[in-house]
Design a protein around this ligand. Structure first.
Ligand code: UDP
Ligand code: MG
Length: 328
């Protein structure tokens, strides 16, 4: 098996058929032995039927269909695909034709030409979407890199082709909150950047709302950095010093030298409110990490699949009725 192509799909009925057609055309003529791993991330539309029909049609020699019991998110879908993959090289690609199979083949060719390279990562030349989103995204990467020891490059995507050892390394990170872009830089390996311009979505809509993107960004930072925990220490030290200096001024200058006791209600109230706010903020930050640890300690599975079916040359060669990330 030369190449495993992992495709997370969530409510993609509108674009999946077109995507699969392009896959058969482009990968079929590439001369590579390839497999398609289609992960249905709890879609509520006909996605799973399109997948099953495609597998049965035998148009692609090796197809695996993984059907999640509910929507677990793209990161979980990528993990499930990776566990199923058998290729010497593995790749992630979206099902909406924003990332083209032909681009993936170019990236694979580049990987084969450079034996010392382990990952070919596509980055977006022009970020699609609104200006505001783009500037949010830039500031997110700026903040991420400042806070975390793991560097990730702006405009990085999880559209990548990588060798088996990298896949193995990704699988060895067993955390519940997965932030694949961050994991790619965390595992290291030699990475080549490959510029591409994302196409327009052929059909359907982006599955990301602004709120989801914000929480994704927040999760990324919490997963790869503990700097926010140290933030409260800095703020505490500064607040303490200011308080001390202020106290000295009050007692020595105002009371002992000038002999006037100042009336300080507004100051007092402001200080109490500000410090109270900062303390609650710090508690919130600690609480977030604690909640994270709690979820990790519970060791719930990252995904649950209600069926995993492998099809070779149109014949079902294996089928499971239950799988989690820990049962493989
Ligand atoms: N996706 C998924 N689970 C989700 C959300 C998205 O598997 O909960 C898949 C989706 O079907 C697509 C890919 O992840 O193949 C990228 O999603 P989308 O195109 O909505 O993101 P964008 O391109 O806007 O970043
Ligand atoms: Mg997309």
């Amino acid at each position: 098996m030369d190449l495993s192509v992992i495709v997370p799909c969530y409510n993609e009925e509108a674009s999946l058929s077109a995507f699969l057609d392009v896959c058969v055309r482009d990968f079929g003529t590439s001369g590579l032995v390839y497999e398609l791993i289609l992960v249905n991330d709890g879609s509520r539309d006909a996605t799973s039927k399109i997948m099953a029909d495609f597998a049965a049609s035998g148009r692609c020699a090796h197809v695996s269909c993984i059907d999640f019991s509910r929507n677990f998110g793209k990161e979980a879908a990528l993990l499930a695909g990776l566990q199923e993959a058998r290729g010497d090289a593995c790749s992630f690609i979206d099902a909406d034709l924003q990332q083209l199979p032909s681009t993936l083949l170019e990236m694979h060719a580049l990987l084969m030409e450079n034996p010392d390279v382990d990952v070919v990562a596509a980055y977006q030349e022009q970020r699609e979407g609104s200006k505001m989103r783009a500037s949010f995204s830039r500031s997110f990467y700026g903040l991420f890199n400042r806070l975390s020891e793991t560097e990730i490059e702006a405009d990085a995507s999880d559209f990548r082709v990588f060798r088996r050892p990298v896949a193995q390394a990704l699988l060895s990170a067993g955390e519940y909150y997965r932030f694949t872009k961050g994991l790619f830089s965390w595992v290291g390996f030699k990475t080549l950047r490959f510029a591409y311009v994302p196409e327009e979505r052929v059909a359907g809509t982006s599955k990301w709302s602004f709120k989801q993107l914000m929480s994704y960004a927040f999760e990324g930072i919490i997963s790869f950095s503990t700097a926010p925990l140290r933030l409260s220490m800095g703020v505490g030290i500064v607040a303490g010093l200011v308080g001390f200096v202020y106290l000295l001024k009050l007692i020595i200058v105002d009371v002992l030298i000038l002999h006037n006791t100042p009336a300080g209600y507004p100051t007092l109230l402001a200080v109490v409110l500000i410090l109270g706010g900062l303390i609650l903020l710090a508690l919130g930050i600690i609480g977030t990490y604690l909640a994270r640890s709690y979820m990790e300690v519970k060791r719930r599975p990252i995904y649950i699949a209600r069926s995993v079916v492998r099809t070779d040359d149109g014949e079902q060669t294996s089928s499971e009725h239950f799988r989690t990330n820990r049962s493989v």
